[in-house]
Design a protein around this ligand. Structure first.
Ligand code: COA
Length: 173
């Protein structure tokens, strides 16, 4: 499988996450928490928390997708309500993270493109990404997927002893 000239890991397939994927998904999430400001948290999550989060997303009818290869979970994507009031019900905010060894190989692109179809099927109108303003690769990644910058919130996050700015990007569904 080829994606924009990249070769995605061999045998890669997208699935709705099963309970057995949660440990791999958690490992990717916790690596990003520990090593970067892509997630505005310094606290690793536990398997019990991930299970509760996954069950909640599914109960809401929202997707949790994983890309799996022979090594296990290569990445995941999901979306949830943008804000919890009824007037926002056609807007969702997504998340995507890829295993460190497999970044830049098209996995994230596949995972977000799959979310577009799921959001459309649910009648959603807008998908939103909240990205660390210093995460230029992720901003470029989202712009390539059709997202446009929609606002900058200054010093709303704090991690590793410094303030973090947040960029919102949005894409019509
Ligand atoms: C951002 C992320 C989800 C993108 O997924 P990906 O599978 O690496 O991206 P793809 O291969 O589909 O797309 C490639 C594009 O993504 C961008 N990119 C982001 N991070 C990258 C990385 N570490 N290595 C290479 N490309 C990266 C580049 O713009 C690249 O385009 P280019 O090859 O023309 O430079 C993934 O790199 C990741 O999980 N990064 C760490 C955590 C993070 O930033 N998550 C997003 C938070 S909003």
């Amino acid at each position: 499988m080829s994606q924009r000239g990249h070769t995605v890991p061999e045998g890669l397939q997208l699935h709705d996450a099963a309970e057995a994927d949660l440990a791999g998904l958690m490992a990717i999430y916790n690596e990003v928490v520990a090593s970067s400001t892509a997630i505005f948290s310094h606290q690793p999550v536990t398997l019990d928390e991930r299970r509760h989060w996954w069950q909640t997303r599914i109960a809401q009818g929202y997707p949790v997708l994983v890309a799996r290869d022979a090594q296990g979970v290569a990445g995941f994507s999901t979306f949830g309500d943008f804000r919890p009031w009824p007037g926002y019900r056609f807007s969702v905010e997504h998340t995507v993270h890829v295993r460190a060894a497999d970044r830049g190989r098209g996995v994230g692109t596949l995972l977000v493109q799959a979310l577009f179809a799921r959001a459309a099927a649910l009648g959603k109108h807008t998908m939103i990404a909240g990205v660390d303003a210093a995460n230029a690769p992720s901003i470029r990644f989202h712009e390539r997927l059709g997202f446009s910058k929609a606002g900058l919130l200054r010093e709303v996050g704090y991690k590793f002893d410094r303030w973090l700015d947040l960029v919102f990007l949005q894409r019509a569904i």
